[in-house]
Design a protein around this ligand. Structure first.
Ligand code: PLP
Length: 457
């Protein structure tokens, strides 16, 4: 039974509240894209238009759409045990299996996994765990979590508070208490401010120092943790200079602050390693994850926790008063297990690291010869272009948001999903892309940039 697109749009406008959308669509139903089918790296709208999904849904469909082994594993699990929980002293095989599989991919000493349903819930868990941990160690005053401006950590009260998006803070009276923000390692933004290229390594150190300064200002006895994405995703694929993470690591260690790597986007293969922190070679204490762990087939989030943190909580002689009904949901666990098995059997990380990502990177860098592109940066299967008016002086357009919005629309019309973020266009393609898919992405990006440039004249 095929429902016409206009009928779906009407019903959508009438009943469904969309996320991160201008809700005036309720008076303008046809502005909503209805996606009805997907296969491999392509999605299809309700009229059958084929579109290359260079965003992997929302940075999550890493192994692409329509993987039978994941679908069958979920089906089998649902027949066996569709639901049970891990409250009040219970557990079940599929969650146990996934926790072990994940622990086998983490750095030494990080063998404990807490499950929940999303990245936002994972970060809510981080806030509670970190504060509870320090209280259990007799230091309840260590409750401040430091994050960064323009970070994204989810959309629950704690997630949005940790995030550094001012538009989100403005809705709902955020941030919650004891959340602080420091500078982000956004190199190109600093170049824009300076009116030309600056030294990246020096900038990396300088911006890391804003964390040291904040901790010292608050006093280390007040600070529980620092949280950051190894590469900022929703903020605009912001890849820190190579000096940044070693300096951050050092600052946290010296000051006795937990280091939380939000691996929701970077985890499970995005950078060509299992974890983004692994790519940058630093050791976090906690790693929230979600998205790629199931390739989006079913919702799973979680937090990987250093063993000795859990040991402290175990010795605290009070129960851990935290849990979600769907923590470790068996069907979702089965999807994650099958997804990780597929990643292993296809050796996808090797493929990404040695072939796909370098191939993408080479072609992506060439975009810097386009008149609108101030910088084309890339790491693993993440890439961004800075849209500028004047490349030499790193000067952006005054109406950047409108221009990138236009570029995004050209993309959709020309059969590719790209995301527009303030003054950037970004992609996070499925890890399973082959070289032809990458060629198609690159050709379409060039075309849409040309269309955008023409639309400005
Ligand atoms: C998407 C995202 C989240 C939130 O995950 P949800 O599953 O949408 O709640 C948290 N952190 C990062 C880095 C993300 O990209």
């Amino acid at each position: 039974m095929n429902i016409s697109t206009s009928a779906l749009q009407e019903k959508n406008a009438k009943h469904l509240i969309q996320s991160f959308s201008d809700l005036s669509y309720i008076k303008n139903p046809e502005s909503t894209h209805i996606i009805s089918k997907a296969d491999g790296v392509y999605i299809y709208d309700n009229d059958g238009k084929k579109i290359l999904d260079s965003m992997s849904g929302l940075w999550c469909v890493n192994m692409g759409y329509g993987q039978q082994s994941i679908i069958e594993a979920v089906n089998k699990q649902m027949k066996e045990l569709v639901y049970y929980n891990n409250f009040f002293g219970s557990s079940h095989p599929s969650a146990i299996k996934l926790s072990e599989m994940i622990a086998n991919k983490t750095p030494e000493g990080m063998n404990k996994v807490y499950f929940c349903g999303s990245g936002s819930e994972a970060n809510d868990t981080v806030v509670r765990l970190a504060r509870h941990y320090w209280a259990a160690k007799g230091k309840p005053s260590k409750s401040v979590i430091i994050s960064r401006t323009n970070a994204y950590h989810g959309s629950t009260m704690a997630g949005a508070s940790l995030g550094g998006m001012s538009a989100m803070h403005a809705q709902g009276g955020l941030p919650i208490a004891d959340i602080e923000h420091v500078d982000q390692p956004y190199y190109y933004d600093a170049c824009v401010e300076a009116g030309g290229k600056i030294d990246a390594d020096e900038f990396g150190i300088k911006v890391a120092q804003s964390l040291a300064k904040k901790i010292d200002e608050l006093g280390e006895d007040r600070v529980a943790a620092f949280i950051a994405e190894p590469i900022q995703g929703a903020g605009g694929v912001i890849i820190p200079p190579k000096t940044y993470w070693p300096e951050i690591s050092k600052i946290c260690k010296e000051r006795n602050i937990l280091l939380v790597a939000d691996e929701v986007i970077c985890g499970f293969g995005r950078t060509g390693e299992w974890f983004g922190s692994g790519h940058f070679n630093f050791k976090p204490d906690l790693m929230p994850f979600a998205k790629g762990v199931t390739s989006g087939y079913l919702p799973v989030g979680g937090v990987i926790v250093r063993d000795d943190i859990v040991e402290v909580l175990a010795d605290a002689k009070q129960e851990f008063a935290h849990g979600y009904t769907y923590s470790g949901h068996p069907a979702c666990m089965a999807a994650a297990v099958a997804n990780l098995e597929l990643m292993e059997s296809t050796n996808i990380l090797h493929q990404v690291k040695n072939n796909t990502a370098p191939y993408l990177g080479d072609k992506w860098k060439d975009l810097e010869s386009h008149s609108l592109v101030g910088e084309a940066r890339h790491l693993g299967m993440l890439a961004a272009i800075e849209i500028v008016e004047d490349k030499e002086n790193c000067k952006r357009f005054d109406n950047s948001a409108e221009i990138v919005g236009r570029c995004k629309n050209f993309c959709y019309e020309n059969g590719i999903v790209m995301r527009a973020i303030k003054n950037k266009m970004v992609i996070a393609p499925p890890l399973i892309c082959n070289n032809e898919h990458i060629d198609e992405i690159i050709a379409k990006v060039w075309k849409c940039l040309d269309l955008t440039a023409q639309s400005i004249k």
